[in-house]
Design a protein around this ligand. Sequence first.
Ligand SMILES: C[S@@+](CC[C@H](N)C(=O)[O-])C[C@H]1O[C@@H](n2cnc3c(N)ncnc32)[C@H](O)[C@@H]1O
Length: 230
Amino acid sequence: MNAKLKEIFKLPFKPYWALRKKLRTVYLPKKYWNDLHSSKDIDSLRRVGYKNRSEEENRAMYEKARQTFLGFCKECGVDFSASKVLEIGCGTGFYTDIIRSQGCRQYTGIDISRVTIKQLRKKYRGCKFKTLDAAQGKLREKFDVIVMIDVTQHIVGEKKFASAMKNIDQMLTTGGVFIVTSWLSEQIIQNRYYEVKRPLSCYKQAFPKYNFSKPEPFRDKYIFSIFKQS
Ligand SMILES: C[S@@+](CC[C@H](N)C(=O)[O-])C[C@H]1O[C@@H](n2cnc3c(N)ncnc32)[C@H](O)[C@@H]1O
């Protein structure tokens, strides 16, 4: 059981309002993301970007992120047209579009939310999509490129984080690359009930002996790549 839920059930008395207030800050990832993806209009970037900013502000921020992402992938020598690509936490499909626009013909997207996966299946007919919690399972296939943008902070709990990184390692081909964004803090910080800030050392611990690129600024975070040497 979730640690916070355990703590609530241990309370000697549980007035209804107190329970409701506490339960609102318990992160249940599937519910959280299914609710968010159901609640807003299908193409709205506010589902995955900043909820407290306008659609236009989110679009502008995402446009900038598109340029940074493409520039970074070019620097890393990623050729989407010749790669089998997995995107983890594909959200509204913003990066699905970008990756496809680069000529990718072998794209698979996974997301914890069945709501968004259902929408993406309708929108991108030639792509494969699967509902999957990256911390709880993996696909049997291997991929040359794995992309995970703005997702790792939502893997709350270090056991879950380690398990997600292990799953990724097992899905990455030797010679493949994992492109990820993250806040890079001095230490592990629970930022909000649904997000965690981590230092680069957490990634280094999960991928020992792999080659890390220099982290580059990306939105309010960093983007970096992890190469699995042959
Ligand atoms: C902040 S949004 C980012 C979406 C997209 N990558 C982007 O940058 O626009 C986080 C996405 O990751 C998904 N997600 C959260 N936790 C996940 C997990 N453990 N496994 C797979 N997907 C997850 C959410 O459903 C959501 O679509």
